[in-house]
Design a protein around this ligand. Structure first.
Ligand code: NAP
Length: 497
């Protein structure tokens, strides 16, 4: 086993210096699989948050980072990718012990994180403006992209380093400065990212990392008048609060929110592939995944065959020790989330959904007696059930039957969310018709995978607005400035006075 970075007591990164919270406060972070304490984390005060924002503001306004040659910024962002790649084993283990995800999942994420920094290293030199058709004959008109300013990056606990990277990489590439606020439960890899950024040559004050126990930190960041943009990933309920608060200071906002995404399986699908893809789609990361395909919509002709195979295979998934490479479902990250899953399973049973399998925690050995685990679970349900409509964010699938293409589309769209979908069919015309009709930010045909650097990711409807991962994300960390040049021979004299 590799050794995770020793992290008994962590600090805040403010203006390039590591320091304790101004009042010396800390809070405990525990391994959700074992309950063991893994760190005392600095609990930033409002004064610390102000210091972090002011450091980011001063650094941005000094202009050196924003006006640095894009190719030089690109090299620094690329260096971050390299350092993360070199430390992938330790970072994976750190994520596993803080978040409870499996080591296999964490290693996969580390690869994606390196890819993300590499992608935005390349994007730094391609944040092009445009040359416009002259609005008048004696004019030149062009646009330039300038960094949006100070970015407050707020990250949830389900993919702590990955989702921090989706914000930090493009923000750095665009020339912004950043205050990164990880979720209170999972701050450890964000702290490591701060160390790596400094080592890679990110100037002091460009990336600041503040940690705090559940409470005001995110809200203070959103309210702060010196922040220009909030890049938020989290629940739809918090997203609404963030959008309303950010409106008071007219901040730019990107919201990556919740989901209740469907896997739509037609009679003509390759059933083996659809079962394998649907299993991964809903149980990956113990279902704590914004784009989890937690609604499985099945055409009547394939229903029984699919359910039989799905139930057989789901019960072969190994739940338990996240550090064992054979495990597919690790721990639930927070006790709040664990209780939420428990309560939705009770709701499902009470509203008459049929339990196919699961519905409770597994029996694991003494080492995991204090851990929070949930068996893969599935219900046969109806579209009106709450477990079909509301985001559970755990290893819980709901299976709903449909008869024809029109009904499949109606059911897929019968959700306040619109983050992602998978369509399983061997009829490529049908698959694409359905993909076109589904109102979500991504649709994956005959695959559960829809997240890659370079491919925009984000929501329709209550799943948020703005995109991450694609080139268009660079625009969301930039302002467009129009530059107009008069090139006429005679000087301008509009009033002729
Ligand atoms: P959450 O409770 O909304 O928290 C997300 C982040 O916001 C945390 O850092 C949290 O800090 C902070 N926060 C809480 N209240 C805030 C406020 N009033 N103002 C500003 N920030 C505030 O969400 P979560 O439970 O951590 O994450 C799960 C949710 O995230 C799910 O709904 C999931 O679908 C969504 N998600 C979406 C995507 C996507 O790309 N669309 C990706 C991953 C997850 P504390 O930790 O201190 O409370």
């Amino acid at each position: 086993m590799t050794t995770a970075p020793a992290m008994t007591k962590t600090q805040l990164l403010i203006g390039g210096a590591w320091r304790d919270a101004s009042d010396g406060g800390t809070y405990e972070v525990r391994n959700p699989a074992t309950g063991a304490k893994i760190a005392d984390v600095a609990e930033a005060t409002r004064e610390d948050l102000n210091d972090a924002v002011n450091a980011a503001r001063r650094t941005f306004d000094a202009g050196k980072w924003a006006s640095m040659a894009a190719s030089r910024r690109a090299k620094i962002v690329y260096k971050i990718a390299q350092l993360i790649g070199e430390r992938a084993a330790d970072l994976s283990l750190c994520e596993v012990r803080n978040n409870g995800k499996t080591i296999g999942t964490a290693k996969g994420e580390l690869g994606a994180i390196v890819d993300c920094f590499e992608f935005y290293a390349g994007a730094a030199t391609k944040n092009y403006g445009e040359t416009l058709p002259p609005p008048l004959p004696a004019y030149l008109a062009n646009t330039v992209r300038e960094p949006v300013g100070v970015v407050g990056a707020i990250v949830p606990w389900n993919f702590p380093l990955l989702l921090a990277s989706w914000k930090v990489a493009p923000a750095l590439a665009a020339g912004c400065t950043i205050v990164l606020k990880p979720a209170h439960a999972t701050p450890l890899t964000a702290i490591e990212l701060g160390k790596i950024a400094l080592e890679a040559g990110v100037p002091e004050g460009v990336l600041n990392v503040v940690t705090g126990s559940k409470g005001g930190l995110g809200g203070w960041l959103v309210d702060h008048p010196a922040v220009d943009k909030i890049a938020f990933t989290g629940s739809t309920d918090t997203g609404r609060i963030v959008a309303a608060a950010a409106a008071r200071t007219l901040k730019r906002v990107t919201l990556e929110l919740g989901g209740k995404s469907p896997s739509v399986v037609f009679d003509d699908a390759d059933v083996d592939a659809a079962v394998a893809g649907a299993l991964y789609g809903v149980y990956y990361n113990a279902g704590q995944c914004c784009e989890a395909r937690s609604r499985i919509l099945l055409q009547s002709g394939v229903y029984d065959r699919f359910v039989e195979q799905f139930a057989q295979k789901a019960q072969r998934l190994r739940v338990g020790d996240p550090e064992d490479p054979q495990t597919q479902i690790g721990a639930i990250t927070t006790s709040e989330q664990f209780e939420k899953i428990r309560s939705y399973c009770a709701i499902g049973a009470a509203e008459g959904a049929q339990t196919l399998f699961g519905g409770g925690p597994p029996e694991l050995g003494q080492s995991f007696a204090s851990g929070m685990f949930w068996n893969p679970t599935a219900y046969e349900a109806k579209s009106g059930h709450r477990i079909v409509r509301e985001e559970i964010f755990g290893p819980v699938a709901v299976l709903v039957r449909f008869d024809d293409e029109a009904e499949a589309i109606a059911l897929a769209n019968d959700s306040e969310y619109g983050l992602a979908a998978s369509v399983w069919s061997s009829n490529i015309g049908r698959a694409n018709r359905v993909a076109r009709a589904i109102r979500s930010g991504s649709v994956a045909i005959n695959t559960p995978y829809s997240v890659f650097p370079g491919v925009p990711f984000g929501g329709y409807k209550a799943s948020g607005y703005g995109r991450e991962l694609g080139m268009e994300t660079m625009r969301l960390y930039s302002e467009t400035k129009s530059v107009l040049t008069y090139i006429g021979e005679k000087p301008m004299d509009p009033f002729r006075v």
